[in-house]
Design a protein around this ligand. Sequence first.
Ligand SMILES: [Fe+2]
Ligand SMILES: [Fe+2]
Length: 316
Amino acid sequence: MTDLPKPRGPLGDAVVQALRDLPTRPVPRIDLEPESADDAALTLWVLHELSYGGFAEVDDWAESEPELLRVRRDLELALEDELRTRWPGVPETELEPGFFDWVASHDGPSLARHVQAEATRDQVLDLLRFRSVYHLKEADPTTWVIPRLPVAAKAALVELQYDEYGVGDPDRLHSHLWARGMAASGLRPEYGAYVDDAPLEILEQNNALSMFGLQRRLRGAAVGHLAAFEATSSMPSRRLAQGLERLGFPAEMIGYYTEHVEADAVHEQVALRDVCVALVAEEPALEADVWFGAWACLDLEDRTARRLLASWGVEA
Ligand SMILES: [Fe+2]
Ligand SMILES: [Fe+2]
């Protein structure tokens, strides 16, 4: 279990204090707007975390405390609204066969290219710390979606997740491969260790994923996000592995990425054809949200890449 991170504004302060006070003191009405995007994102990350591993110092009942659920809902609606406002809408193509071309035509800044060719060791250490917010619970946000899917899509998603969870071997669990890579690289492998360091964009990536997973009505977006995530993983993983090798990172960290070169070349096919297309065949009204989730994945990664490259003084 992780420790509560540092709040980034008055809303976060109020929520973290309320969590600390449970169960001795009931949660008061929290009548505050987030002071900044950072305040909103960190607070939402904390509230989502109550449904994952929780916090060492927080009572398990916090997850279903009504005032905290209300705050979570308001923050989720604001995030969703922001994403839907930026979203250009459903593209003029079909999921099958247009999806992979649509992904390929997306032209965003690439952290993987930078790592492959020119990143410094310190820049890569930054990246690993920030990515750890997700990779240490890799695949978990998508697992929420499984019971919300019809038969064929459910069977395919479970097959994909089985792979992410190590095919029955705890040592092959992707989040555990990542943790071993972190430790071997001299970084802290425990879950949530670097949340305080993570920039806004990283928190928003994680929050969108959790929000898509935790709400049944967003199941289309959850699987669309998955398809775009897997479709932008195989080649970048190869580049990242090459960059890590160039900089002399340990085999465990390189191995995490080489594992994803082949795995995700398979996962992207399963995620699109057997999960997204199968879901839309049963529930055609969800197609727009499949595209929305896929777009959100690419958009949020662009924002992270731009933020990190700018912080390193690299032109995107
Ligand atoms: Fe994975
Ligand atoms: Fe994967």
